[in-house]
Ligand binder design. Structure first.
Ligand code: EPU
Length: 350
């Protein structure tokens, strides 16, 4: 006879402490998972079969549109271990539940380079490869080696190499084919003891010049990125938000040229293949939404791409605002914005 499911997991749990948008929504079942064996035990339970499952790290990229009639797994698997080392590199195995920024800080202190440009990104290590986190000229895939994940039935632990992961801009196989099929438990990164720093991003260069730093260290880059992020993005501990709400759209050259006729100052980054990436923040600002307050929500005054919860907003309210923004950008520019955050409806993803 198996253990009662209700003794393995909690029931009817408020998710407000578990999402940085600070949205109150209830989960039918909830478990904080500190080990792989416990994760497998839950997943193998007959009652888990057929339940909708949402995996949460620190909830920094999720919007609960309403109560969730399923099982939320809050991954808390910890640990950092050097599993291989050469004169040039270290291979660091990290538990999926470790905090991302604390891990960056740990590497910066050790002098291991590769993730300093990704300083202060909210979230956990396990979530990082799922959306291939990126900022200030660097994406996770550049240091990623492999990850371990448990299949959704809790039967086995599988290993996915970098080439298996199909990384793209804010994308991987774990958001596509393997969505809802595996749960990340550990991630291995290859970090450099003699790192080549990436200072390509304009704001980093400007700051280095301002501070007269000719030979930056990884700590300098990390400190600069932290300062830039603090100046542009709201601290989720003070103001509920989930970072960029939409992805930056990539459009055909001719679409961009058409926009430029009317808005000669329109920013755009050449992606090759006649494609231009247009900052969603600019589109939203031009559509008149920057800093606008709607009920308990609004866009951040310094960064129109970030939707904030001023307190007491419901998931539905945030979603309604996102839909209004999307509609006006579509009307004004003919561009369809796609959410970057994961939207969870009562019965799963929408
Ligand atoms: N812009 C505006 N108005 C705004 C915001 C932005 O005009 O209100 C324009 C400006 O031209 C600015 C450009 O957009 O130069 C780019 O803005 P920013 O440097 O703030 O970056 P972003 O494209 O809005 C992306 C990532 C961020 C990441 C930064 C830095 C996405 C969806 N977002 O934002 O990631 O920190 O670049 O690399 O790709 C996140 O994913 O949650 C996130 C915060």
């Amino acid at each position: 006879m198996s253990t009662a499911f209700e003794s393995l997991v909690e029931t009817d749990v408020d998710l407000q402490p578990y999402n940085t948008l600070n949205i109150s929504a209830r989960a039918r079942y909830f478990a904080s998972v500190e080990s792989e064996s416990y994760l497998k035990e839950i997943l193998r339970h007959p009652k888990a079969e057929g339940l909708r499952i949402v995996v949460l790290g620190s909830g920094s990229n999720v919007l609960f549109a309403g109560d969730f009639d399923g099982l939320v797994l809050h991954i808390q698997i910890k640990g950092r271990e050097v599993i291989k080392e050469t004169d040039e590199h270290v291979w660091l195995k990290i538990g999926a539940g470790e905090n991302w920024h604390q891990t960056v800080k740990y590497c910066v202190e050790k002098g291991w380079g590769g993730i300093e440009n990704l300083s202060l990104i909210p979230g956990t290590v396990g979530a990082a490869p799922i959306q291939n986190i990126g900022a200030y000229g660097v994406e996770l895939e550049e240091v990623f080696e492999w990850l371990e994940a448990v299949d959704i039935e809790g039967r086995e632990t599988c290993r996915y190499e970098k080439e298996d992961c199909e990384f793209g801009y804010r994308d991987s196989i774990f958001k596509g084919e393997l969505k809802g099929i595996v749960i990340v438990t550990n991630v291995v990164l290859k970090l450099s003891k003699n790192p080549e720093l990436n200072t390509s991003y304009g704001a980093i260069q400007t700051e280095l010049e301002k501070q007269n730093i000719d030979y930056p260290t990884i700590r300098d880059i990390s400190d600069i990125v932290i300062d830039i992020r603090k100046s542009k993005l709201p601290d989720p501990d003070l103001l509920g938000n989930a970072g960029s709400f939409f992805k930056n759209p990539t459009v055909k050259n001719e679409v961009y040229e058409r926009i430029k006729e009317e808005y000669p100052q329109a920013p755009g980054y050449d992606m090759g293949n006649q494609k231009i990436k247009v900052p969603a923040g600019w589109l939203i600002e031009e559509a008149g939404w920057k800093g606008k307050v709607v009920g308990n929500t609004g866009t951040y005054k310094q960064q129109a791409l970030v939707i904030v919860n001023y307190g007491g907003a419901t998931g539905r309210e945030v979603l309604n605002l996102a839909e209004r923004i999307k509609k006006s950008v579509k009307e004004q520019f003919g561009i369809a914005l796609v959410p970057e955050v994961n939207i969870v409806s009562s019965d799963g993803k929408v």
